[in-house]
Design a protein around this ligand. Structure first.
Ligand SMILES: *Cc1c(COP(=O)(O)O)cnc(C)c1O
Length: 424
């Protein structure tokens, strides 16, 4: 069957034909592809068409698709049982790898997704501080838990409005939404609500309004204010853990949060999330403490062995410098191609993740990100797809490279991107 035939069938069976909204390609137009397999830097649809993949499953696959070491670990585990519901030795090994990589994380709790990690971290912060307000930033995504789906109101410290039907106002009103990279707004919110704020949750590098880097001093201000007012600082490192460096964004910038949320690369492509932090905070989690959180498949051996294999390979290879250079080669090439065609653009990049915005101005928060020409992005996406390049099917997302991408892949991709752009 073709992509179109299968998608028609899917739409009758699943809302939008998908298990997660952006996969329906609604933001970019055109028919979505249906995947049949992937290997290394390549992915194939059900019609046998090959793509160079820069989506990389939205970030987890820093070793590329189906890395032999990860596949072997999963195959070996399959013969030893799929799930036990009792602690297995792999959990302890992966916890050790996490704790050794991030000094701010002294204890860790495994869950099954990034959403569960942030949701549980918020509960922990509220339970630990006995306060109820949380602060998040406009354009940051922390999974789909009710209190984190709140989007922006305008102005400075706006009380949240529900970002989606189904989230009651009473819940949304406990989430304060602030503009990213704006220390003045932060200061104002703390002056007003300081004593009632349980935590601030932040992507230390935003990846979900497209890649947006923290401006000089923003993360420092955040750390100082949370300490001053006794609120916990939660880093949502679901994208950045093991992506920016072995120690994530906190090592990259040299600032420790109180709680860290993890996911994506941590599970190497298997469903996995985790939250961790200082011992005195994590000791409040059940059964050691009173704050409840549980999961039938939490710590399941597949996610554990995939995570261990991924991190072990990553630490042995230490590919961060090579990945950075490779990604730079790609972004410089894209910029050259777009400039040549006279298309205004901004590329925000850090390590091996980046976003191409179609705007002349600097992109430093959600408002400036929204100035990107999304109609043009849609045409850019579709032209790339036709040439056999898969990138995230939405403007406000990150492209990812993996260790499976070679210089030849990048040069080939640039040829295809050049052809695609000349057709715009
Ligand atoms: C992907 C993501 C999440 C949610 O993780 P899921 O595994 O999709 O639930 C949370 N926070 C950030 C920063 C993410 O990028």
């Amino acid at each position: 069957m073709t992509n179109a035939e299968l998608f028609e069938k899917a739409k009758k069976l699943m809302p939008g034909g998908v298990s997660s909204p952006v996969r329906a390609f609604k933001a970019v137009g055109g028919e979505p592809i249906i995947v049949s397999k992937a290997q290394g830097s390549r992915l194939w649809d059900v019609e046998g068409k090959e793509y160079i993949d820069f989506l990389m499953s939205w970030g987890p696959l820093i070793l590329g698709h189906a890395h032999p070491r990860v596949v072997r670990a999963i195959e070996e585990q399959a013969r030893r049982g799929l799930s036990y519901g009792i602690t297995n030795e792999h959990e302890i090994k992966l916890a050790e790898l996490v704790v050794d990589s991030m000094p701010s994380v002294q204890m860790v709790r495994f869950v099954s997704s990034g959403t569960e990690a942030t949701m549980s971290a918020i509960r922990l912060a509220r339970g630990y501080t006995g306060r109820k307000y949380i602060v998040k930033f406009d354009g940051c995504y922390h999974g789909h838990a009710d209190s984190l789906l709140v989007s922006a109101g305008s102005g400075v410290a706006t009380l949240g409005i529900p970002g989606t039907p189904g989230v009651p106002e009473e819940i949304a009103s406990l989430t304060l939404v602030l503009p990213y990279n704006n220390p003045a707004a932060l200061e104002e919110a703390f002056e007003k609500y300081g004593e009632q704020i349980a935590c601030v949750i932040v992507e230390p590098v935003a990846g979900n309004m497209g890649v947006v880097l923290p401006r000089e001093g923003f993360l420092e201000r955040l750390r100082n204010l949370t300490l001053k007012y006794g609120a916990l600082l939660i880093y949502d490192e679901v994208i950045t853990n093991f992506r920016l460096s072995r120690g994530g964004a906190q090592a990259y910038f040299g600032i420790d949060p109180d709680i860290t949320c993890m996911g994506k690369i941590l599970g190497g492509g298997m469903p996995l999330g985790a939250y961790g932090g200082k011992r005195e905070i994590m000791e409040k989690v059940a059964p050691e403490g009173p704050i409840y959180q549980a999961g039938t498949l939490s710590g399941n051996p597949f996610s554990m062995v995939a995570g261990i294999a991924t991190l072990t390979q990553l630490f042995e290879e230490n590919p961060y410098e090579r990945l950075e250079k490779l990604t730079q080669r790609l972004t410089e090439g894209i910029s050259r191609i777009l400039s040549h065609k006279g298309i205004p653009h901004r590329i925000n990049r850090i390590a091996s993740m980046f976003t191409v915005f179609f705007t002349e101005e600097e992109v430093y928060d959600y408002e400036t990100a929204r100035r990107s020409d999304r109609e043009l992005f849609g045409r850019f996406f579709r032209a790339l797809l036709r040439e056999g390049i898969l990138i995230p099917p939405a403007q406000f997302e990150a492209w990812f490279l993996s260790t499976a991408h070679t210089e030849e892949d990048i040069d080939r991709a640039l040829e295809k991107i050049e052809r695609a752009v000349s057709s715009l």
